[in-house]
Design a protein around this ligand. Structure first.
Ligand code: SF4
Ligand code: ZN
Ligand code: ZN
Length: 309
C-alpha cells in the first residue's frame, strides 16, 4: 500500500468512502477525533456529567470505553462508569464479563455488573424457554433488547448517571433505520437521532458516540490498539432480522462506498420533520412505574409469561 495522505508514513488502511490512505497513527487519531466531534456536534455530554457506558465486552464497547477513558484524560470533564449486563446466556456471557472486568481495571473505571436473574428473577435462557412454550413468536434479540435497555436504564439511574452511553456504530444505526422501515415503524425513526434536550422523567438520555464510525473501522481500531475483546458471537444472534439487514447494507456499501453515511443523513433530515409532527405520548407502566409506550411496559409484558397463573 502507498503512503499516508496526511504524513507520508506507510499506510495501513484505505478509507473507501473518502479515498484516503492512512497510516496507523493518523487512522487511530481520526477515530478518536470522530468520537470527540460527534460528542460535541450533538452536545452529547456536558461538563461535569457522570456518564454510564454499556460495556458488553464485544469489540464496539471495549473500543469505546478505551476511547472515552482516553478523551476523559485529555479533556477532563466527565466521570465515567461502566455497566455490564449479564443476560444469562449459557456458555457465552462469562468470557465477555471477564474481558469487561479486566478492561475496566486496566483503565481504572468503576464497573457494575447486573444480571437479568437478579433484576427479573430469570435468565434469558429461561425466559426464551417460557416464551417458546407459550408460542410467542418473537426473536430472542427483540425481547433481550427490551430487557437489557431497562436493566441499563435502571442501573444508570441507581448510580445517578446523567447520560447512558452505548456503543452503537454507524452500521447499527443504519440497520435500525432499515428495520424500522421494513416493520412499518417509521414514526420510531426520530428516536435514533440524538436529542439530549428531550427529557423524559425516569429515562436516562442515551447517547451514541460511535454512531458515525463504521463497524470495520472500530474493529481495526481495536486490533491496532491490541484491545482484548470477545470474538464468539451470541448463539441467538443469527436468529435476528438484523443479520439480513446487515448483509443487504454491506452489499450496497461494497458496490457504492458511502451508502451508510448517505442513509444516515437522509433519515436524520426526515426524522426532524417527523419529530415536530409526532411527539409520542409517554406513559408509565402500571406494574413497575417505568416509562412505557402503553399501560404496561414491554418488560412487564414479557415477564408476565413467566409468572404462575
Ligand atoms: Fe441478546 Fe440478541 Fe445480543 Fe444475544 S445477540 S445478547 S440475544 S440481543
Ligand atoms: Zn499518517
Ligand atoms: Zn413495567
Amino acid at each position: 500500500m502507498e503512503n499516508c495522505a496526511a504524513c507520508e508514513r506507510p499506510s495501513v488502511y484505505f478509507r473507501m468512502y473518502s479515498g484516503e490512505k492512512l497510516c496507523r497513527g493518523c487512522f487511530l487519531r481520526s477515530i478518536e477525533n470522530k468520537v470527540r466531534e460527534t460528542i460535541s456536534k450533538y452536545s452529547m455530554i456536558r461538563h461535569g456529567e457522570k456518564v454510564a457506558l454499556a460495556l458488553s465486552g464485544g469489540k464496539d464497547s471495549t473500543a469505546l470505553i478505551s476511547i472515552m477513558a482516553k478523551l476523559g484524560a485529555r479533556f477532563p470533564g466527565y466521570e465515567l462508569v461502566a455497566i455490564t449486563v449479564d443476560e444469562g446466556i449459557a456458555g457465552y456471557r462469562d468470557e465477555s464479563i471477564r474481558i469487561a472486568r479486566k478492561r475496566c481495571s486496566q483503565l481504572g473505571v468503576d464497573h457494575l455488573i447486573v444480571s437479568f436473574e437478579d433484576l427479573y428473577g430469570f435468565t434469558l435462557d429461561e425466559i426464551r424457554e417460557a416464551l417458546r412454550r407459550d408460542g410467542v413468536g418473537l426473536g430472542t434479540c427483540s425481547y433481550c433488547g427490551v430487557l437489557r435497555r431497562k436493566a441499563l436504564n435502571s442501573t444508570a439511574k441507581a448510580v445517578k448517571a446523567d447520560k447512558l452511553i452505548t456503543a452503537h456504530s454507524l452500521d447499527d444505526e443504519v440497520q435500525t433505520i432499515l428495520l424500522n422501515v421494513i416493520h412499518g415503524d417509521i414514526l420510531r425513526l426520530p428516536r435514533i437521532t440524538p436529542d439530549v434536550e428531550r427529557k423524559i422523567p425516569g429515562l436516562i438520555p442515551r447517547v451514541k458516540p460511535l454512531r458515525e464510525v463504521p463497524e470495520e473501522e472500530i474493529a481495526l481500531y481495536a486490533f491496532l490498539r491490541k484491545i482484548e475483546m470477545q470474538k464468539t458471537p451470541c448463539p441467538y444472534a443469527k436468529e435476528s432480522m438484523r443479520n439480513d439487514a446487515r448483509m443487504l447494507i454491506n452489499t450496497f456499501e461494497k458496490k457504492h462506498p458511502g451508502t451508510r453515511y448517505t442513509m444516515l443523513r437522509s433519515f436524520e433530515r426526515l426524522s426532524s420533520s417527523i419529530r415536530t409532527s409526532t411527539i409520542a405520548d409517554i406513559r408509565y407502566c402500571k406494574e413497575c412505574g417505568e416509562p412505557a409506550a402503553a399501560d404496561m411496559c414491554k418488560t412487564c409484558e414479557i415477564l408476565s409469561h413467566l409468572k404462575p397463573e
